[in-house]
Structure formats: structure tokens, C-alpha cells
Design a protein around this ligand. Structure first.
Ligand SMILES: Nc1ncnc2c1ncn2[C@@H]1O[C@H](COP(=O)(O)OP(=O)(O)O)[C@@H](O)[C@H]1O
Ligand SMILES: [Mg+2]
Length: 251
């Protein structure tokens, strides 16, 4: 019942992308719902990063359509994608380590006072609010980002994405370089984003992570989404079989 009420935030239709003789995307279809976490899985080279880059406007598709909140686009650019609420949390997080948390959250779009002066006090108050919303445990708001743990840095990057109007948050292997505890913090952060009504795409090789978080899983193989399944209908070994092409799920 609830499923039917959910609106697609983004729909990809028949998107292709070629690099010379390599067909990286061969007619991709994908739907991402508001308030839902979609996992994208697939072997190395399946086209996951290329797909994400077309959604964030870094790459232009050769053909196909991207529909965002009902409006059709042939291609995006980074600025337009951000304006439409698509925000990618990159692995390097694009944070400035030697600056404090608030500065990082507001980087490039600082609130100003009397037209010229950066309103630092407001930045700190708002930064604290954003982190609280995300249930982030940041002991010292004035700390430099370089002193934070990997999970906390991820939280700062997410707060920044949300502050910039992010509605769809894309994570490309967010816990790949993290230990167990750090990963757990990041996973709970991503879970909350879904519960708070954001649309989330999670690219991951980790089946545990995928089954913990995602409502749907889109499996990519050789530049195509070969299957989209509900997490509740399949087992991790079903998904591994879909990734390798060893088996298809009946209907
Ligand atoms: N900039 C590029 N130039 C040439 N080939 C590329 C480029 N980016 C990706 N590819 C190729 O496109 C295919 C899909 O790559 P990618 O999207 O990175 O896959 P994944 O993220 O699933 O591992 C691969 O064959 C890869 O070698
Ligand atoms: Mg990749």
C-alpha cells in the first residue's frame, strides 16, 4: 500500500554512453523513489560509476532521458544537477581538512551579514542544527575536519549536501575504506536519510550493507540494469547470481 504512494524522484530511461569503442551504458533504465534507498550493485566495469556521473552531470549521455520530478532532461551539467537536488558524496568527500566543520558545510555559499561579512556565528549555529538533524555525534563543532573520524567526515559531507538543497544523495562505495565501527556510523546515517524522506542511491559491493539498508536493488551487468528486485523478495546469494549472470530470478 505504502509503496504505491511513493513518487519517483528520478527516472532514467534508455540511457547510453560510449567511450570510443567501449559501450559503458547500453540502455539503462532506473527509478529512484523519494524516501527510499536504492542499492546499485554490479561487478567492476558494469557501468555504475558512469551512470552516477551522468546523474551528477559530470558526463553527458549519448542518448536516452533523465526525468527528475516529472521533468525530462536529455543531459545535465554539474550546476543543473545540484540545482535539481542531486548531490553526490564522493569518496574523497571534497572537504577542506584544515578548516572547521561549519566552514566546510557552507563552503562557497556562506551566509553574509551586512552584504559583505561572512556570518560565522550563524554558520556555526546552523551547522550544529544540521548535524543534530542527522543525529551526528560531533563533540567539538570548532574542530578542523582533518581531526574527525571517517564517519564524522562523511556526516559533514552529507550535511553540506543537504544544506545545498540535496534531495537525492548518491553514495559511491561510502564504507569501502572504513573499519567496522566507522562503517556502522555511516550506515546509520544513510538509513536515516531514507527515513527522513530523502532519495538515496547506494553503490556497494557489500551485500550485508545492501540488505541492511536498501528497499530495492538494481543489478548492473555490462552496461545495463539487468534486474531490479525488492530486498525482501531475494537473498544475498540470489543477488550475487544476478551480478555474475549465473542465474535469473523467476518472474
Ligand atoms: N573515461 C573513460 N574512458 C574510457 N573508458 C571508460 C571511462 N570511464 C569508464 N570507462 C569504461 O566504462 C566501463 C564502465 O566503467 P565504470 O562505470 O567505471 O564501471 P563500475 O563503476 O561499475 O566499475 C568500463 O569498461 C570502463 O573501463
Ligand atoms: Mg565504480
Amino acid at each position: 500500500m505504502e509503496e504505491e504512494k511513493k513518487q519517483p524522484f528520478l527516472q532514467v530511461k534508455n540511457v547510453t554512453k560510449r567511450f570510443g569503442s567501449v559501450e559503458a551504458l547500453r540502455g539503462v533504465d532506473l527509478t529512484v523513489y523519494t524516501g527510499e534507498i536504492l542499492a546499485i550493485v554490479g561487478d567492476n566495469g558494469a557501468g555504475k560509476t558512469t551512470l552516477i556521473k551522468t546523474l551528477s552531470g559530470v558526463l553527458r549521455p549519448d542518448s536516452g532521458e533523465i526525468m527528475i520530478e516529472g521533468k525530462i532532461y536529455k543531459e545535465l551539467n554539474p550546476r543543473l544537477a545540484l540545482d535539481l537536488g542531486i548531490s553526490t558524496v564522493y569518496q574523497d568527500l571534497s572537504l577542506v581538512n584544515c578548516r572547521d566543520i561549519a566552514t566546510n558545510i557552507f563552503l562557497g555559499r556562506e551566509p553574509v551579514r551586512h552584504k559583505f561579512f561572512v556570518d560565522k556565528r550563524r554558520m556555526v549555529v546552523e551547522a550544529q542544527e544540521f548535524l543534530q538533524q542527522l543525529d551526528m555525534d560531533i563533540p567539538e563543532i570548532h574542530a578542523e575536519v582533518g581531526q574527525l573520524s571517517g564517519g564524522q567526515r562523511q556526516g559533514v559531507a552529507v550535511a553540506r549536501a543537504i544544506r545545498f538543497g540535496g534531495k537525492l544523495l548518491i553514495f559511491d562505495e561510502p564504507t569501502a575504506a572504513m573499519g567496522v565501527q566507522e562503517s556502522a556510523a555511516v550506515l546509520s546515517l544513510i538509513r536515516q536519510l531514507g527515513q527522513k524522506g530523502y532519495a538515496v542511491i547506494l553503490i556497494s559491493h557489500n551485500m550485508y550493507e545492501v540488505f541492511e539498508l536498501a528497499q530495492h536493488i538494481s543489478v548492473m551487468r555490462q552496461g545495463k540494469v539487468v534486474s531490479t528486485v525488492s530486498t525482501s523478495d531475494v537473498t544475498p546469494s540470489d543477488v550475487v547470481a544476478l551480478i555474475t549472470g549465473a542465474g535469473e530470478i523467476p518472474n
